[in-house]
Design a protein around this ligand. Structure first.
Ligand SMILES: Cc1cc2nc3c(=O)[nH]c(=O)nc-3n(C[C@H](O)[C@H](O)[C@H](O)COP(=O)(O)O)c2cc1C
Length: 360
């Protein structure tokens, strides 16, 4: 497939639906085995939370500024001190060998080429060394396993390979029916997970050791900081009081996320939760957002509501499946290119000019 958006659009490029250029879902579904696309596309409960998440970003209305100097547009920023060329980051997602034989390695190469940053799941299926070799800055997503020794081993290994921060995921994902649970997939590479622990380490830990620990608490933030020496972002926060407690407990910030609608069907959307969280965190940390972001307008909405940057999940995963590195780059570069156009329309020459007053 040719890249949907290769050049920065000018004022005469009329694109009635900004989502179309980045949407590889249909193409990917045509290529993937049904059990893989069912897992990637799954959402909790009736499934409406995912679409609603997108609709709520689309519902944001802007108050564009007039008469701004827009000769130079700058989409670069820093995320926990790491410079990136775009505020569109790649969300951590499990089971990427299901999308592409090289999985996260390709995702990482695309992120590097686009000047983005990669979230790497606890359930990553390729070695950390391969991810790191791509050259993109990366953050390691942590599911605390029941066996804390095993969790620590994995975290230390990620640190040794250059992870620059930890994302502590605190939302319990809804139990998926067997038909969409990767544990039920046929044996093969796509089923691989936790491959940065050796078979011997996993065997020694015993049954149930890698199940998620349902007893994590605010103290987990300090523990992760201590064992890693890295900043910790808490992923899956939807309330101001939780966000404030996280930064008080030493988190560098939070990610406002519904896990792409996979946590709880009738959940508040990320777009609706974001302002409350931003207000509660204030200057004490950085706030990020994901879930349902599908266009540059959504990116601008999240930034205007106070997010420092956003993560995209499924758009990158479908693109990986449909067109490998080219596909993921088309999503990241396409959204960033379109963001420049949206910034022009908003009267914001740089990301720090995408401020709350732009939202009606
Ligand atoms: C197939 C799939 C696997 C995921 N795996 C993880 C994971 O291992 N850890 C995690 O914190 N989030 C995981 N997520 C959630 C993403 O990090 C992100 O929050 C979500 O996909 C964003 O929503 P979006 O897909 O609508 O962009 C996963 C999401 C999908 C779709």
């Amino acid at each position: 497939m040719s890249a949907p958006l290769t050049s920065a659009p000018g004022v005469h490029d009329v694109r009635p639906d900004p989502v179309v250029g980045f949407d590889y879902e249909e193409q990917a579904r045509g290529l993937l085995p049904p059990h893989v696309s069912a897992y990637y596309g799954a959402a909790a409960g009736s499934g409406g939370g995912s679409a609603e998440g997108t609709a709520d970003w689309s519902a944001v209305r802007f108050r564009p500024r007039a008469l701004q100097d827009l000769r130079t547009l700058d989409t670069s920023t820093t995320v926990l001190g790491t410079p990136v060329a775009t505020p569109v980051l790649v969300a951590p997602m499990a089971q990427q060998l299901g999308a592409h034989p090289e999985g996260e390695a390709v995702m990482a190469r695309a992120a590097a080429a686009s000047g983005s940053l990669l979230g790497v799941s606890t359930n990553v299926a390729v070695p950390f060394s391969t991810v790191a070799a791509a050259g993109a800055p990366w953050w390691f997503q942590v599911y605390v396993m029941r066996d804390h020794g095993l969790t620590e081993l994995l975290v230390r290994r990620a640190v040794d390979h250059g992870a620059r921060a930890l994302l502590l995921t605190v939302d319990m994902v809804a139990l998926l029916p067997a038909s969409v649970n990767p544990r039920q997939w046929p044996e093969g590479p796509a089923k691989s997970r936790l491959t940065n622990l050796t078979a011997a380490e996993l065997a020694a830990a015993g049954p149930g050791a890698v199940d998620m620990d349902a007893g994590i608490s605010l103290a987990t933030i300090g523990w992760l900081r201590e064992i890693s020496g890295l900043p910790v972002l808490v992923k899956g926060v939807l309330r101001g009081d939780d966000a404030a407690a996280c930064v008080d407990a030493g988190a560098a910030g939070v990610i406002v996320s519904t896990h792409g609608g996979r946590r709880l069907g009738p959940s508040v959307s990320a777009a609706r939760a974001l302002p409350e969280v931003v207000e509660a965190v204030g200057d004490a940390g950085e706030v990020y957002a994901d879930s349902g972001i599908r266009s540059a307008e959504h990116v601008a909405a999240a930034l205007a509501l106070g997010a420092r940057a956003v993560f995209v999940g499924r758009p990158a995963l479908w693109a990986l499946a449909a067109d490998g590195e080219t596909g993921v780059r088309a999503v990241l570069d396409g959204m960033t290119g379109e963001l420049r156009q949206v910034m022009t329309q908003l009267g914001a020459a740089s990301l720090d000019r995408i401020t709350r007053d732009l939202v009606a």
